[in-house]
Design a binder for this molecule. Structure first.
Ligand SMILES: Cc1cc2nc3c(=O)[nH]c(=O)nc-3n(C[C@H](O)[C@H](O)[C@H](O)COP(=O)(O)OP(=O)(O)OC[C@H]3O[C@@H](n4cnc5c(N)ncnc54)[C@H](O)[C@@H]3O)c2cc1C
Length: 396
């Protein structure tokens, strides 16, 4: 088909990590890219805290390693404690030399890294970013997509593009308008996520490793983030009101085994329902979705954002070939075919890990503890982080 002129080659909806990486890669390849986000700035609280060596390699290939390194640190070992508070498992880094040449697991500061991803994308003169601009509607025809945008001033305008990429997060407008339904991978749990900036003097009183407190009365994850950032992910119990549990007095009660209000700044406390969902199809003609718009998974091994960055990288080289006429549009069909099974497989492993560490039945939790110690020859089992992903899936 002969392409008619459009305002841009690609519209990226959403300037979160997935959209920023997609826009940066499209920019480097010379495509006329418009990226819009309805927020006027980077979301200033971290959601993702962990990334892995494969993702760091993607970012390094984009020329971003130096810019993001100040905001990234190695992931500490994680210790898992059983029903009676005993150490049952210790998960550490694989030994050097590291398989991909980078630290295999890392923690990072999401707002700072996202700001670098945006800076990179907008460093290309062919990438235009508009903040405070919301996609409200879209219509596709055989040779283009017409997107209706609402500006910060409330005014509407239309732009035409050859392809539209929905990186607009979990409640994606693009996914809904394109009629791309979600499959439920069956996971639905309420959790409270608490981020603290801990005072220097109180850091030594906290665990020096990340930890999973696999107590069936209330499973809790403790994560050591960069600098003085510490995170607690706390399962909410049946009957607890999520909004009420976010209130500072409730949060301090939950943190009382570790900290008092004098020990640091409560950065944020937010309750989430952790879901496992995947879009049935990730493409409808000239409309494609990526990142949380295409899938959501519980954060137990820190892979949600990583999956979105894999989506963007898988898709952009294909879009490049189609936009330059090197490949036919059929190449884009391989995007869902390649990415969806990977997301489903990884989500299955994440669920298996979650089910093991978050066992609520005390008898089953004791069996889990006994098995872990038996696997370690009567001592806490020592594993590598990447090895633990494989093992939990196999044992489930
Ligand atoms: C508690 C928690 C912990 C997590 N931990 C990890 C972790 O350790 N590691 C990891 O890899 N992942 C983790 N994740 C997941 C990770 O945060 C997400 O997968 C990631 O942020 C998704 O990025 P995204 O760009 O796809 O979507 P988002 O970050 O949601 O960005 C979507 C953007 O689209 C914009 N937008 C939405 N609708 C419109 C519209 N109509 N028009 C214009 N703009 C629009 C939004 O304003 C937003 O900026 C965690 C998530 C949570 C909740």
């Amino acid at each position: 088909m002969t392409e008619t002129a459009t305002d841009h080659d690609v519209l990226v909806v959403g300037f979160g990590p997935t959209g920023a990486v997609a826009a940066g890669q499209l920019g480097r390849l010379g495509h006329r890219t418009l990226v819009v986000d309805r927020l006027t700035d980077v979301y200033d609280k971290p959601r993702a805290i962990a990334l892995d060596h494969e993702i760091f390699r993607h970012l390094d290939n984009m020329g971003l390693a130096d810019a993001i390194s100040p905001h990234v640190e190695p992931f500490t070992a994680s210790e898992h404690f059983g029903v009676d508070g005993q150490l049952i498992r210790r998960i550490d880094m694989v030994a050097k030399p590291y398989p991909l040449g980078y630290t295999p697991s890392m923690v990072f500061s999401q707002p700072a890294v996202e700001a670098e991803l945006r800076r990179h994308a907008t460093s290309f003169s062919n990438v235009k970013a508009e903040l405070g601009v919301e996609l409200v509607d879209l219509v596709q025809s055989p040779d283009r997509v017409e997107a209706r945008l609402k500006g910060a001033d409330g005014r509407h305008r239309s732009v035409t593009v050859r392809y539209l990429l929905g990186c607009d997060g979990a409640s994606s407008t693009v996914r809904q308008i394109a009629g791309l339904g979600l499959e439920d991978l069956i996971f639905d749990e309420p959790w409270l996520v608490v981020d603290m900036r801990v005072n220097e003097s109180a850091l030594a009183n906290l665990p020096q490793c990340s930890a999973q407190f696999c107590n069936p009365a209330r499973p809790v994850s403790f994560l050591i983030g960069p600098n003085n950032h510490r995170r607690w992910e706390i399962m909410l119990l049946p009957g607890e009101d999520a909004r009420q549990m976010e209130q500072p007095e409730q949060v301090w009660k939950l943190l009382s085994p570790w900290l008092t209000p004098q020990d640091g700044e409560l950065w944020r406390a937010a309750s989430y329902r952790f879901h496992a969902l995947v879009a049935e199809n990730w493409r409808n003609g000239r409309i494609l979705i990526a990142g949380d718009a295409a899938h959501q998974q519980p954060p137990f091994i820190g892979q949600g954002m990583c999956q979105g960055l894999r989506d963007a990288t898988n898709l952009v080289w294909k879009l490049d070939r189609v936009l330059t006429g090197t490949s036919s549009e059929a190449l884009l069909d391989s995007y869902t075919v390649e990415r969806k099974p990977h997301v489903i497989e990884l989500t299955g492993r994440i669920k298996a890990i979650g089910q093991s560490i978050c066992e609520r039945d005390p008898a089953a939790a004791r069996r889990r503890d006994a098995q872990a110690l038996a696997d370690g020859g009567g001592k806490p089992l020592l594993m590598t982080r990447q090895g633990s992903f494989r093992r939990c899936a196999r044992d489930s």
